[in-house]
Design a protein around this ligand. Structure first.
Ligand code: NAP
Length: 676
């Protein structure tokens, strides 16, 4: 393979590494595969270019435009996945490791895009929560809104997932409307650069939306300010150095950090050998130790087993690990490849030596390692390593230092309270798992340990077939953790996107909030409709357009017919004395569902037209009983419109049902799909 010159991409141009650049070696055979350096990169200009060109272009796009862009990018990347897989092999990644990195990254981008389309409006402002009532008569209201930061996000990634790491941050950042400067780790930066080229060459992105620094960051960070974000993934020591930079403090640069994590996995006391949970536990432990040769931020570093199960766990895990074929990542038989570099292997071996002050080695002697299809000396191979710490309460290192490789320590616990205490000794982690079929135990762990972990993963015989694995961060759920793990959150659907936006509380009159938020709120201007609103297309309908229906009297015969027809003979509708004895009712009352059915009968227009379907009903509340002889009337008001496809969009209607005294008896939000 020809030597790769890993470029940066700044201000619309590719920048080659200087002749004095840093060599990068293949993890498998130590050959030089790439050179990387950022000597000629105009760092300060990159920030201006992002802020003046990329940011404004992204902010003119709605969330749905940006979502469509992300989806197209993901599909384009998928066409190039094979080339990325082949290149990743030089980093030590086996085919299944690359599926996690490359295919997992593309999948994450697709989920982010889909969430943007389904859960965010076709707007540039995101409404966070509902209207807050701030005054007695409703003439002064509050609403939280989120708008895009007007700076740049510097996305700094660790070496272990060059593609996933880049895409999981980039998806949220671009969807938020913020341009990115991506800084991959140098050791695997050539894979990140290749993926970046694919993104850029798709021509799907506005100019300035993404730039790349391959190599050191020079004075890049020194020019950031309060509208900028550093989103960092890597070691705690680098995080501490970056976080304490004067510019970060002085200019209040938003800093997100995903760092070391001594993740634990607990074998529940009920999960004894012979149960499905015991087998599941062993399988997940082995998988987490060997995937990516243990170079995974979420890998299991500490196994907590009941005292009387420690021997069984040691036996089963070490038996399985001794079967793992360590070898050339391109060979199908190899189940675990090398670490990323000889330096990383040395670092892990040194860390194991330190851990040995607390532990004894069960399996994983590096001197007796046999490597399939590659040279054990030239490549950064090491054996899966299992340690035993007999005295975890007094141990100095097992709860404090991370061997970022295929290394895990087993330790005994006495009871659930002891397991929780040991789990929490890591002072904050990305994920902890508990394999148990006892839901009470699971709840104890959440109450005792939730505050120390970003994610708690419970698995048992009921969920194991479809579970996603202890170590898989998912775009739907937050990734991050408190304390040692960095204290930040990313991913988590819309939550992750909001990390790159500012939440602002807006206060004002109903009309002001309605205009700002593109949403009708009670008290804002109403427009009497000129024709039945169900005869109007999505685009013809105006916010605040209102239809008030005629009255309908609810009779005792209606109530009895409804009861007979539906089978709902609840005493409050059918038995006068029992209903009267109930504190809520004056006597027999109409069914709530009868009222909303009558309301539909009052406001629905019967003819085929722009309303394609009623797709739901939100926040239904029944506020007053309706007695036989009362009359009801409905008012429906266009509350919010959201484009959904090329042909139709969703209309949210505020519906209020009132009685003959103008008292509200029921309120809800009705959802319809309307053609354009
Ligand atoms: P690292 O050495 O801390 O480097 C992380 C990133 O920071 C790299 O891109 C690195 O670039 C960059 N960097 C280092 N010094 C910098 C500086 N002064 N200014 C700007 N950027 C700088 O970590 P790593 O060895 O790549 O990754 C392994 C570590 O990451 C492990 O501790 C692991 O637990 C952690 N990790 C955590 C997560 C998570 O989500 N919590 C995920 C993956 C990994 P260079 O490569 O050019 O030095």
């Amino acid at each position: 393979m020809a030597l790769i010159h890993v470029h940066s991409f700044a201000c619309g141009d590719w920048v080659a590494p200087a002749s004095t650049s840093q060599p990068i070696h293949c993890a498998v055979d130590g050959q030089e595969v790439a050179v990387c350096g950022s000597d000629h990169v105009p760092f300060q200009d990159m920030i201006s270019y992002a802020k003046n060109t990329g940011g404004p272009a992204l902010r003119t796009l709605s969330f749905h435009d940006r979502s469509r862009m992300l989806k197209a990018l993901a599909l384009h990347l998928r066409e190039h996945r094979q080339a990325l897989h082949e290149l990743s092999m030089h980093t030590g990644a086996t085919a299944s490791d690359s599926r996690v990195d490359v295919d997992g990254g593309i999948g994450t981008l697709l989920v982010t895009a889909s969430k943007g389309r389904r859960e965010m409006p076709d707007e540039t402002m995101y409404l966070d929560g509902d209207i807050e009532q701030l005054s007695r008569n409703g003439s002064f209201l509050g609403q939280h809104v989120c708008t895009s930061l007007q700076g740049v996000a510097v996305l700094i990634n660790a070496y272990n997932f060059p593609v996933w790491g880049m895409l999981e941050k980039l998806g949220s950042c671009l969807l938020a409307g913020v341009p990115a400067i991506i800084k991959p780790a140098t050791a695997t930066g050539y894979v990140a650069e290749a993926a970046f080229r694919v993104l850029l060459e798709s021509q799907l992105l506005p100019a300035g939306a993404i730039q790349l620094v391959s190599g050191r960051t020079g004075d890049l960070l020194d020019h950031l300010d309060d509208q900028d974000v550093i989103s960092f993934t890597g070691s705690a020591s680098t995080a501490a150095a970056l976080k304490s930079k004067p510019v970060v403090q002085r200019n209040a640069v938003r800093f997100m950090s995903e760092q070391d994590s001594l993740n634990g996995s607990v074998l529940g006391a009920d999960a004894v050998p012979g149960t499905p949970e015991f087998d599941l536990f062993i399988k997940e432990a082995v998988q987490e130790i060997t995937t990516k040769a243990g170079q995974k931020c979420t890998a299991i570093r500490r196994i907590l087993a009941p005292e009387n199960q420690v021997e069984a766990v040691l036996k089963h895990v070490s038996d399985a690990l001794s079967q793992v074929v360590v070898g050339h990542p391109a060979l199908a038989q190899s189940q675990m490849g090398p670490l990323v570099s000889l330096a990383q292997r040395q670092d892990v071996l040194n860390t194991v030596n330190t851990l040995m002050n607390d532990c004894e080695r069960v399996i994983g002697d590096p001197d007796t390692l046999s490597v399939h299809g590659a040279d054990a000396i030239k490549g950064a191979f090491m054996p899966p390593t299992l340690l035993l710490c007999r005295e975890p309460d007094t141990a100095q290192h097992v709860h404090e230092i991370e061997a970022f490789g295929p290394v895990c320590t087993v330790m005994p616990y006495r009871d659930t309270a002891h397991a929780i205490a040991l789990l929490n000794r890591a002072r904050g982690s990305l994920v902890a798992s508990v394999i148990t079929h006892n839901s009470d135990t699971a709840r104890e762990f959440v109450l005792g340990s939730g505050a120390f972990h970003g994610r708690l993963y419970f698995n048992d015989r009921d969920s194991m077939a479809e579970s996603t694995g202890h170590g898989s961060p998912l775009p739907h759920l937050i990734h991050g953790g408190p304390g040692r793990a960095g204290g930040s959150e990313e991913l988590g659907g819309v939550r992750g996107i909001l990390s790159y936006m500012q939440r602002t509380a807006i206060q004002g009159s109903p009309e002001t909030l309605s205009r700002i938020c593109h949403q009708w709120v009670p008290g804002a201007r109403e427009i009497q409709t000129t024709a039945h609103p169900f005869t109007k297309s999505f685009h013809e309908l105006q916010l605040g357009e209102v239809l008030t229906t005629a009255y309908r009297t609810v009779t005792l015969e209606d109530i009895e017919l409804f009861a007979q027809f539906t089978g709902d003979n609840f005493y409050a509708h059918m038995d006068e004395s029992a209903a009267k004895a109930n504190p809520f009712f004056p006597g027999r009352v109409a069914h709530g569902y009868l009222l909303i059915s009558f309301a539909a009968g009052l406001f629905v227009h019967p003819d085929p037209g722009p309303v394609l379907a009623n797709t739901g009903l939100n926040a239904l509340s029944f506020q007053r009983p309706v007695s036989p002889g009362d009359s009801i009337q409905a008012r429906i008001i266009v509350k919010r419109k959201t484009a959904r496809t090329a042909d139709y969009g969703e209309v949210r209607w505020h519906v209020a049902i009132t009685n003959q005294h103008s008292d509200t008896v029921a309120e809800y939000e009705l959802l319809t799909m309307n053609s354009y």
